[in-house]
Design a protein around this ligand. Sequence first.
Ligand code: AGP
Length: 367
Amino acid sequence: GSIGKDGYRHYMEKELHEHPLVIGQTLQRMVDPASRRVMLPEMPFDLASVPRAVITACGSAFYAGMIGRYWLEDIARLPVDIDVASEMRYRNPPLTAGSLGLLISQSGETADTLAALRSLREKAVHILSVLNVEHSTMARESDVVLGTVAGPEISVASTKAFTAQLTVLACLTIATARARGTLDALGEEELVSALLDLPSRAAEVFTQGAAVRRMAQIVAEARDVLYLGRGSMFPVAMEGALKLKEITYIHAEAYAAGEMKHGPISLIDRTVPIVASAPYTPLFDKTLSNLQEAKARGGRLLVFTDTKGAERVSAIAEDMVVLPHVHDFVAPILQTIPVQMLAYEVAVLKGTDVDQPRNLAKSVTVE
Ligand code: AGP
């Protein structure tokens, strides 16, 4: 039967509210809560002996992959290459046999991602796909599938599938790090605990609805919006900018906060709001000083932070959304939720067709 909106105005709003649930369901498949260990399905290859990973995907799934790269490099010390699938399919990266091709897709049917899978396959790499639709073409052509348990996603703009992808990539990182000897049992317990804490922290994000709607009023008036983030918050900024473009038709651009002074800082004035993701992580101070630079040029700062960063952010921001403070590792997962909510609230203000934005298809099955 068809899936209803359960009283929500749009599928996107309903699916946003499913973040806590799908993170929890996805973890249930991959984590043993008693031992606080990650339990992945049997792999037809040994994660310990993979020399490098190549990550490829499109759109939001690509941004999930970018966060996966930070984790795999930092925690598992695995060399990672990443590109959008429409580029990767025509690149010819030199790869040792036994490398890992890591594909990420909600639908499992995206033409470019499928073509990239096939071109990686020719290089005799192991194909591991992170998929939401488990009976998809990509699932059939993969050596192993790690399923995101997000349920059907109807809204063209991806929401819950993205956090579910991040949850799987986090678990894959832990398993890879353990196999490669870069994470001990205590370290694993710490990271798994941070993941298990997420569903309840994610539920708390929805208490910030009023603050998100205040920000939306400002963003809805803009013609251009600049999204900023550093480290694992940079892909969160990219996700925010994509979502805004996709459903509100407002031009948005995401920049690595530290790169801003190499060009886009010249765009800044009162008419270009700056949306920054700046929770209290080791990059907080650096991000804040980039935001100071923007403010000094007349930029209006709208900042997503957390309880530990709030005091310092409030000194410079025009408005902010304060989330619970969580472990650095999982901060990008939590911080994704309010940037998606912001795009949704702006779309509602603008009265656009939220679930079916113009010119877009849910899954892009042509090149
Ligand atoms: C996200 O909001 C977009 N609709 C789009 O970028 C999407 O993530 C991309 O087309 C990839 O789709 P897939 O995950 O089904 O492969």
